[in-house]
Design a protein around this ligand. Structure first.
Ligand code: SF4
Ligand code: SF4
Length: 297
């Protein structure tokens, strides 16, 4: 079974499945560097993390996506050598060395075994299940020094990566708002109203591969491979420019529409883009698509 090491971003409570942590909690968070969690896992990437990894690899984000990612750039490939458990290594893992892109590793990898949940705008740190995850594969961590959650986050330099996660959450919401605004622009004609909301909800249960197929290639590039000059070490300017690019291109496109059908189809595409970004940051997109459909109703 694949255990996701993605950050959990949810709008419904899953706390009963997880262990809620306080920043002062001391845990066996000294890594034994066996690489267990770099095998057989699932690591999602937001667009800035994809660019950050590509910078570290010294190739373009497009090349990194094509060579090392699935789902159009939001999932790292785990297609390396298998470990003793038969689980494949991350495409960036080097046996007897570790992560080849350590400085650029994404938030999910920095946080593991901790997860991050955002619920009602409050951030919670958790670990999945009731048993400390590292004990499954690296039981020796019990003999290594314990560290508080707060010190662990500082040591892993998560701050900018957490900022990127939060900024993409906001970008996702802004794309969904464009979709909502377009729904209103159809004049609340019942044919389009029902059709658009049904499609939104269908997107919420589709795989990222299928969602990507709903998005024009040009828009997938705007979403995942935006042509932005950026400071590779700082997500703030990158995501601000990314947001602006998407807003400007959307407005440019909307200005050209002449029929309700065009508006309706673009509303579905904007929601697909919002949910695709949502998937890249580990959001519960099924719940989100239902919520936005209810808001529209
Ligand atoms: S499972 Fe835990 S101890 Fe083992 S390599 Fe990963 S972070 Fe380190
Ligand atoms: S990016 Fe690096 S730390 Fe993350 S799973 Fe891959 S090899 Fe491990």
């Amino acid at each position: 079974m694949i255990i996701s090491i993605n950050i959990l971003l949810i709008i419904k409570s899953l706390f009963h499945l997880n262990t809620l942590l306080r920043l002062s909690d001391k845990l066996p968070l000294t890594c034994s560097r066996k690489g267990t969690c770099c095998h057989g896992n699932q690591v999602m990437l937001n667009p800035w993390e994809l660019h950050r990894l590509a910078f570290e690899k010294q190739i373009s984000a497009r090349e990194f996506r094509d060579l090392y990612c699935d789902w159009n750039g939001i999932l790292l490939k785990f297609n390396g050598e298998k470990d003793h458990r038969g689980k494949s290594a991350c495409s960036q893992y080097i046996a007897n060395f570790g992560c080849s892109l350590h400085d650029g590793r994404p938030l999910a990898c920095r946080l593991f075994p901790i997860g991050r949940q955002i619920q009602n705008e409050t951030i919670h740190y958790i670990f999945q299940g009731q048993t400390f995850p590292c004990l499954n594969g690296c039981p020796e961590v019990e003999d290594l020094p314990q560290v508080t959650v707060a010190d662990y986050l500082i040591g892993q330099q998560t701050e900018l990566f957490e900022h990127a996660q939060d900024a993409y959450l906001e970008l996702m919401q802004n794309l969904a708002e464009i979709a909502l605004m377009l729904l209103l622009d159809t004049g609340l004609d019942s044919t389009f109203d029902v059709y658009i909301r049904q499609e939104w909800q269908k997107v919420g249960v589709e795989s990222p591969g299928l969602i990507a197929k709903r998005i024009d290639e040009k828009w997938l590039d705007y979403l995942i491979l935006p042509a932005i000059q950026f400071d590779s070490k700082n997500p703030k300017s990158f995501i601000a420019a990314h947001e602006l690019l998407l807003q400007e291109q959307a407005q440019f496109q909307i200005d050209k529409f002449t029929t309700k059908k065009e508006i309706a189809e673009f509303s579905i595409q904007m929601m697909s883009m919002a949910l695709f970004v949502g998937k890249s940051i580990g959001a519960d997109i099924d719940a989100l698509s239902k919520m936005w459909s209810e808001v529209a109703e």
